[in-house]
Design a protein around this ligand. Sequence first.
Ligand code: ADP
Length: 178
Amino acid sequence: MRLAHGATIWFTGLSGAGKSTIARAVGSLVDGPAEVLDGDELRATVSSELGFSAQDRDRHVCRVGYIAELLARNGVVALVPVIAPYARARECVRRRHVERGSTYLEVHVATPLAECARRDPKGLYDRASRGELHGLTGVDDPYEAPSAPDLRLDTTDLDVPTAADRVVRLLADRGLVP
Ligand code: ADP
C-alpha cells in the first residue's frame, strides 16, 4: 500500500494491548517511508531523564508527538505505539498536527486489562502483582480511554493481520490510499 502523503498513526492503549505488534504489521504493509517510533527506545533516548509521573508522561508524549509530526510532514508514515494515558497530551499532539496541516489518526488498542495481564509480554503485570512495580498504567496509574478515537480495536478475538487490515481500511476511508 502506498500512501498519498505522510501521516501519524498513534496507537494508544495499555501495556500488552498489542500496539507495537499492530504498528509493526501496518508498517510492513506500507510501500514507502514508514517508521515505528518505539516507546521503550524513545524513553531510553530522547526522554531518558523522565520518569512516570503524570507530568513526565505528558512531556514524553509531547516530545514523541513533535517528532512524529516532523516525520509526517515530510512524507513518512509515523507509527507510534506509545501508551499516552492522558487525554490532554493526546489532544496536544493532535492540535500540533492540525495546526501544521499534518494528518493525525488515533487508534485505541482497547484490549481489556485482564487480557493484557494474561499476555504480559514484558512481565510488568506480574511484577506489579508482586508489589515490585508501582504506577503501572491501568493497574495503579490512570488510563483515560479516548472518547472518540478514529478506530478502536479490541484484540482479544482479533488476530494481528485482521487488526492491521482494519487500520489499512481506516487509511483508505480517510483518502490516504490513492
Ligand atoms: P504493547 O505495544 O501494546 O505493549 P505488544 O505489541 O508489545 O503490546 O505485545 C502484545 C502481545 O500480545 C504480543 O506478545 C503479541 O504477540 C500478542 N498478541 C496476541 N494477539 C494479538 C493481536 N491480535 N494483536 C496484537 N498483539 C497480539
